[in-house]
Design a protein around this ligand. Structure first.
Ligand SMILES: Nc1ncnc2c1ncn2[C@@H]1O[C@H](COP(=O)(O)OP(=O)(O)O)[C@@H](O)[C@H]1O
Ligand SMILES: [Mg+2]
Length: 335
């Protein structure tokens, strides 16, 4: 912490702005120096004026950060460097045949397999940070060790963001208010800007745009899914994102994934959709409740992705024309 520049600290712990204000320190323009260096540069007069104690202030800042982080439950959530899945057994009690599966930030792993095979179960094992205590007997390691139990029980300390098939909003507020409230609760410096960014991203993902005045209860399935994805990508500190079959949600799946991965998150996604499955670099094949194989996406598959994308565009065109009440015409669909 002591070596970090003021700018880096503000970035990581936006709430320290309050600390500077309380101590009447104007750090603007000094983002590239450390706090100690900043203090050292203050004139003697200023120090006396503000009754600043150079010796103790850096330590005070440090404990302020620790205390606030504890209070907000945000410590450590951003420092997941590795997620490991250790084998358990399938539905027949057969041991899974792999040593361990390690996933790093910015990686997407897809999960494929027939309905009922255990894809959602695997996601649940990760969400729960299973330690041999779920039906599969799998264990999860975070940063190559057994995760702290607070990750399981503390609602603030969310290790995992889960994007599931149905989003049910119960509050009767507008989309704009919803994201702003969330931004404020995360203590970001500029809640209005962040809220605007989330809404814009959500609208890029959603088939049909919505405005910030739209009540969340009036959002379509696709729109609310888009809102949750943008919100998770931009605002959530959860380093791991689990996605359970988003294909039918009426959103731009590709953009959604790109948005999530650009935020340095570990993404695991159960899917039946070839486009999504092949966007991952690895895919887990589930059979009868067990991890049957972990496949690397081949160059040929990546190549195929381009063709599948074109086919998908054709389907999207057809869908859009139907929606608009048009009569489908070959040359327009294949445009
Ligand atoms: N290894 C396992 N051992 C015991 N039960 C399992 C195992 N894997 C999955 N199941 C159970 O099988 C059922 C179907 O799994 P689920 O994850 O919902 O399938 P999917 O999401 O692929 O459709 C669930 O009740 C789940 O708890
Ligand atoms: Mg499922």
């Amino acid at each position: 912490m002591k070596q970090q520049t003021i700018g880096a600290l503000i970035n990581e712990y936006p709430f320290i702005i309050d600390f500077f204000q309380q101590n009447r320190l104007d750090v603007s323009g000094h983002e590239n120096t450390t706090f100690a260096a900043f203090l050292a540069k203050l004139g003697e007069e200023e120090l006396e004026d503000k009754a600043i104690d150079i010796q103790n202030l850096p330590g005070e800042l440090e404990s302020y950060i620790t205390q606030m982080s504890d209070f907000l439950g945000i410590e450590k959530t951003n420092v997941v460097q590795s997620l490991i899945i250790l084998p358990g057994q399938d539905k027949n009690g057969q041991a899974e045949d792999f040593e361990q599966l390690e996933i790093f930030p910015s990686q997407i792993v897809s999960i494929v397999g027939p309905t009922g095979s255990g894809k959602s179960r695997l996601l649940a094992d990760i969400e729960w940070a299973a330690q041999g205590d779920t039906p599969t007997g799998r264990s999860i390691r975070i940063n190559r060790s057994v995760p702290d139990s607070k990750w399981r029980y503390s609602p603030n300390n969310k290790l995992v963001a889960q994007l599931s098939q149905n989003m049910n909003f119960v509050m009767d507020i507008s989309a704009g208010e919803f994201v702003k409230l969330h931004a404020e609760s995360r203590m970001v410096q500029n809640p209005d800007e962040i809220a605007k960014e989330i809404l814009e991203s959500a609208n890029r993902l959603a088939g049909e745009p919505f405005s910030s005045d739209t009540a969340v209860t009036n959002l379509s399935g696709g729109q609310s899914r888009a809102l949750m994805i943008a919100d998770t990508a931009i605002l959530s500190s959860s380093p791991i994102v689990l996605i359970d079959e988003i294909e039918n949600a009426g959103i731009d799946r590709r953009k959604a994934l790109e948005l999530l991965v650009s935020q340095d998150k570990i993404v695991l996604m159960a899917t039946h959709d070839p486009l999504l499955a092949l966007m991952a670099d690895r895919r887990i094949v589930i059979r009868n409740g067990g991890i049957h194989a972990v496949l690397q996406t081949t160059p040929e598959e990546k190549d195929l992705l381009t063709d599948l994308d074109k086919i998908d565009a054709v389907m999207q065109n057809a869908r859009q024309m139907l929606r608009m009440g048009d009569t489908l015409r070959r040359e327009e669909i294949f445009a």
